[in-house]
Design a protein around this ligand. Structure first.
Ligand SMILES: Cc1cc2nc3c(=O)[nH]c(=O)nc-3n(C[C@H](O)[C@H](O)[C@H](O)COP(=O)(O)O)c2cc1C
Length: 192
């Protein structure tokens, strides 16, 4: 068995980098295609392809943020400018965000839970792909990933839901590691 030391070390040390610390340059169009290709190479019971991806990049980031601010203002007319600005900047400064939509298909073989997990795998694989190409990433799901109107505005159709948004860019910080669970707390060995 050949050890892939680079992959092992990446998996042992990887850390997300928050959207506020993701800067230009972002992936080129060719790199983005590669990230999307790797990101969609995931386990998928029944080969149902139960997910879709929405890329938010360039000028679309501010436009989508403006639409989020409009929805937020309709929900709460008392929101002040600072709060609306938070919404306007939901997809900034990261150069690119990929929204991942769970799009379950009728299947006698793969229950919806498995299809949802496959979509979750797309999120994490997109993140791995970004790091593999020298960028950093983080996976978030904020209110707009749960709000039906915001989800529709961002591209979800009937019966679909966002499972996450993977923000990608050049890291402006190197995060310290965070505490991880002790294996003894989360692993048991089944003994009957
Ligand atoms: C489904 C899902 C949604 C998440 N949403 C957020 C979020 O909205 N905001 C946030 O700061 N982190 C969110 N996280 C956590 C980050 O993606 C990340 O895992 C964590 O901040 C740092 O852990 P890591 O460095 O081990 O990846 C989410 C994680 C998952 C799995």
């Amino acid at each position: 068995m050949t050890v892939n030391a680079a992959l092992r070390d990446y998996l042992k040390t990887r850390r997300s980098v928050g959207i506020a610390f993701l800067r230009e340059p972002g992936p080129s169009p060719e790199e983005l295609d590669e990230i999307l290709t790797i990101g969609t190479r995931v386990p998928d019971h029944g080969k149902l392809v139960p997910w879709r991806l929405v890329v938010i990049a360039g000028a679309a980031r501010a436009a989508a943020g403006e639409r989020l601010a409009e929805i937020a203002r309709r929900r709460n007319p008392a929101l002040d400018e600072a709060s609306l600005d938070v919404e306007r900047r939901q997809f900034l400064p990261a150069p690119v965000t990929i929204g991942v939509i769970s799009s379950p298909r009728p299947s006698p073989k793969a229950p919806e839970m498995e299809q949802l997990l496959s979509a979750g795998n797309v999120c994490f694989n997109l993140s791995h792909a970004a790091f593999a190409l020298g960028y950093a990433a983080s996976w978030t799901n904020r209110w707009y990933g749960f709000d039906p109107e915001a989800q529709t505005m961002l591209g979800a159709r009937g019966g679909e839901r966002f499972v996450g948004f993977v923000h990608i860019g050049t890291p402006a910080t190197v995060p310290e590691d965070r505490e991880r669970p002790a294996l003894a707390d989360v692993v048991t060995h089944w003994q009957g």
